[in-house]
Design a protein around this ligand. Structure first.
Ligand code: AMP
Length: 146
């Protein structure tokens, strides 16, 4: 197995992604790799008709991002990811994961095979989308059904 130097773990904070978190932290330790974390806040009323965002919607988006930063900080402490390597982004999950991976020279992206949206597909939509366009290796950690 190649020794990775920079691993990016994408989290939706779900219980299901816990096994992927453990695998990412374990791999980073074994490879003595830098570990980065990302969570993407997908809330964006602009997606729905291109209307100008209302101030209340912008507040809500910021609140979601602030809350995500706190959760990511707790996860970062647990997994051993430096604060400067914790990314909370707003937008499309797939695009933001790929953008941050390219911008920070990641050589492995770790995702759960499925997240909050369930086990109906062979691969969850995020894992699938990331796998198709990633500039580096992708590890989709199997999430088991109930
Ligand atoms: P899904 O495509 O929703 O089944 O999710 C599969 C995996 O993609 C999750 O276990 C996470 O690793 C990642 N993922 C899903 N949503 C997000 C998100 N909003 N931010 C970061 N990673 C995510």
């Amino acid at each position: 197995m190649p020794a990775y130097s920079h691993i990016l773990f994408a989290t939706d904070f779900s219980q299901e992604s816990e096994s992927a978190a453990q695998r990412a932290a374990d791999l980073a330790q074994r490879c003595t790799a830098r570990l980065s974390l990302i969570h993407v806040v997908e809330f964006s009323p602009l997606d729905y008709g291109g209307e100008q965002m209302l101030p209340i919607e912008m507040d809500l988006e910021q609140e979601l991002a602030d809350e995500a930063r706190k959760r990511l900080e707790r996860l970062g402490e647990r997994m051993g990811a430096a604060k400067s390597d914790q990314h909370v982004e707003i937008g499309s999950t797939k695009n933001e994961i790929l953008r941050v991976a390219a911008a920070t020279g990641v050589d492995l992206i770790v995702v759960g095979s499925h997240g909050r949206r369930g086990l109906a597909l062979l691969l969850g939509s995020t894992a699938n989308a990331v796998l198709h366009s990633a500039p580096c290796d992708v590890l989709a950690v199997r999430v088991k059904g109930p």
